[in-house]
Design a protein around this ligand. Structure first.
Ligand SMILES: C[S@@+](CC[C@H](N)C(=O)[O-])C[C@H]1O[C@@H](n2cnc3c(N)ncnc32)[C@H](O)[C@@H]1O
Length: 247
């Protein structure tokens, strides 16, 4: 893998010089439906699920709240990704980098692309990179349709508490699939909607069945769902090694 052998400067050069896979144009006009927005939603319905509003950067401190360690067990989550030291990882909807900076030490010979659409979140991550002298994290400004990653470059993609906010999930996931290497994995972590006792707003939760349906629609195969986290599904999907499918 070329990206992982190159240093940070060259990785950046490749990232910006290589055409993003988002160049794919797909007609998705028939996959979304508009309705009256509910309290936390944008009124856009995808495969029966109303998409939630994006958590604004003013909530950044909430992402770093100390009780996350107890409620979300981030070390166990990252352990469960079983990353090789040279893995290229994408953290989609990285926010402040809560998971990015826990993954980075696990991939000393690899790289973490920390993708977000809010420039303020990227600034927070840049500050952490500078303060801690981290050399294997690259913040990436994505768009609502495209994580802006080079084709066939990512071994593992993580989305924690982010996918349900994507305003264009079909486009995003198609483009992510193209950015994955064949056999590359997607780790989708969402609060369990099946459990009404989990104190999170409904649109910020997902059922396993819904997640499987949406990933299948973009040609990602379900591998396993692990329930070791206190409140979240840990769902593993992969890009098939054979010819591309899905729409
Ligand atoms: C609730 S935060 C979670 C952040 C982080 N994953 C964590 O667990 O701490 C969701 C993040 O997803 C980002 N986001 C929403 N839509 C996005 C999109 N289409 N592409 C990339 N990031 C997106 C938001 O800007 C926000 O920073």
């Amino acid at each position: 893998m070329l990206l992982r052998r190159l240093g940070p400067v060259f990785a950046l050069l490749i990232l910006f010089a290589a055409p993003s896979v988002g160049a794919q144009d797909v007609d998705t006009s028939d996959v979304y439906r508009q309705t009256t927005p509910s309290r936390d939603g944008i009124g856009k319905v995808y495969m029966g699920r109303e998409i939630s509003r994006v958590m604004g950067h003013r909530g950044a401190a909430w992402l770093e709240r100390p009780e996350r360690a107890r409620n979300e067990k981030p070390s166990l989550l990252v352990d469960s990704m079983a990353l090789s030291p040279d893995a290229v990882v994408a953290d989609l909807g990285a926010g402040t980098g809560y998971f990015t900076f826990r993954i980075a030490p696990r991939v000393p010979d690899g790289r973490v692309f920390a993708v977000d659409i809010q420039p303020e979140m990227l600034d927070i991550m840049r500050d952490t990179i500078a303060a801690q002298g981290i050399d294997n994290v690259t913040p990436v400004k994505g768009t609502v349709r495209d994580p802006a990653l080079p084709a066939d470059s990512v071994d593992a993609a993580l989305m924690v508490d982010a996918y349900h906010e994507f305003s264009h999930p079909r486009e995003m996931m198609r483009n992510l699939r193209a950015a994955l290497v064949p056999g590359g994995r997607v780790y989708l972590v969402e609060y369990r909607k099946e459990d009404p006792d989990i104190p999170i707003k409904p649109l910020h939760k997902m059922t396993e069945a819904q997640a499987k349906k949406e990933m299948r629609a973009v040609g990602l195969e379900w591998v396993a769902t692990e329930e070791m986290l206190p409140r979240q599904h840990f769902m593993i999907f992969q890009k098939p090694s054979g010819p591309e499918e899905g729409n």
